[in-house]
Design a protein around this ligand. Structure first.
Ligand code: ACO
Length: 334
């Protein structure tokens, strides 16, 4: 048995900054409401005409991660790609990475777990490495939300939250089993699927029916029962972080860096308070990027690492909650 270890991290954010004031020109919202409820000041939205998509942004982040790992694309044994906004209904974005990076014909797997997508993807990659099947696995989280949002007042509850972006990491074999990914913890509760959902187009409700219904049917836009999701998020985040600590005989004060999924600054602050963590022990960048769903944890992890906030031997905790509901945590000894 081996452990897996993150040896390279990369991120890519589109250049186009959309401020809260920009949004108030599109819909009935304002900077004060958005900042007070979510902490978000601005987000990146892919500009019209850009070549960027979830796969393209994922490939850009992956290139950086592979280079920082000191590897080449030919060293990668497997690709895991997490997104809720794939370029195609099928195939998934993972195979596009194999092509975009001109990689050997390695396997590629897509993970469909929304905001928990990166945590689930890391867990999948970790298992392949633990068993000895693969040595280097590329894990990507990327989202292109902006083209699929309702940018009118009708959609303001959801639209102001989401941003575009991508992050990637290379997970590699670690012989010392006291280091690297110590454990991963995954959960789901499908009875709440309709609380945060893009319901169609689906095979059961295909495009011609939606077109025929016209304005009556907006089931292709994300729907969220925000208050309901918020209440569950704070409980599940706490539970799953605690589960990881207990599994590894760690205490709250052993957390050197918590990287929560960037869903809402208020959720992260609630967790910080509950665990008695200082500002230095929790990393947030939702203020700049909004909620980038499957990309958020890996973008935040990359940025924390770039800023020198993660050091050798640190206990790093990743945690996420989102649509499904799904939630999970990853406990790492860096
Ligand atoms: N600007 C101005 N007013 C707004 C906006 C907006 N953008 N959006 C909603 N409002 C109004 C509403 O219409 C409502 O008005 P009313 O009281 O007159 O009816 C009022 O503000 C309050 O709306 P709520 O939806 O109740 O606001 P809430 O305080 O719940 O905040 C939020 C909304 C920020 C979305 C919050 O509920 C939240 O963060 N929820 C959790 C999000 C989350 O964790 N998601 C999981 C990850 S995402 C994923 O997995 C894809």
């Amino acid at each position: 048995m081996y452990n897996s270890k993150i040896i390279g991290l990369g991120k890519y954010l589109p250049d186009n900054v959309v401020t809260n004031d920009d949004l108030s020109n599109m819909m009935d919202t304002n900077d004060e409401w958005i900042q007070e409820r979510t902490g978000i000041q601005e987000r990146r939205w892919i500009e019209e005409g850009s070549e960027d998509t979830s796969a393209v942004m994922g490939a850009k982040a992956a290139k950086i991660a592979i280079e920082r790992a000191g590897l080449t694309k030919d060293d990668i044994d497997f690709i895991v790609f997490a997104t809720l906004s794939p370029d195609y209904y099928f195939p998934g974005c993972g195979v596009q990475i194999q092509d975009l990076l001109d990689m050997p014909t390695v396997g590629a797997l897509d993970v469909r777990n929304q905001c928990s997508g990166f945590v689930y993807a890391i867990s999948v990659a970790d298992q392949f490495i633990k068993t000895g099947m693969y040595k280097n696995v590329l894990v990507i989280g990327a989202e292109y939300h902006s083209n699929g949002l309702d940018k009118t007042t009708r959609g303001r509850g959801v639209t102001v939250i989401f941003g575009d972006g991508a992050g990637a990491c290379v997970l590699s074999r670690e012989e010392d089993t006291t280091k690297g990914i110590l454990s991963t913890h995954l959960h789901s509760e499908g009875k709440y699927a309709d609380k945060l959902i893009v319901a169609s187009p689906s095979i059961a409700h295909w495009v011609p029916e939606i077109i025929e219904a016209g304005e009556e049917d907006i089931s292709y836009f994300p729907y969220m029962d925000g208050t309901f999701v918020f209440k569950h998020a704070v409980v599940r985040f706490s539970e799953v972080i605690m589960e990881g600590l207990i599994k590894n005989n760690l205490k709250k004060e052993d957390i050197d860096m918590l990287i929560p999924h960037q869903a809402n600054l208020r959720i992260a602050q609630f967790i910080q308070k509950k665990f008695g963590l200082s500002d230095e022990q929790v990393f947030n960048n939702i203020m700049k990027y909004g909620n980038t769903t499957a990309a958020s944890v890996v973008i935040a992890l990359t940025e924390a690492w770039e800023q020198g906030k993660i050091k050798e031997g640190n206990h790093v905790v990743l945690a996420a909650f989102g649509s499904g509901f799904t939630w999970g945590s990853v406990i790492i000894k860096w």
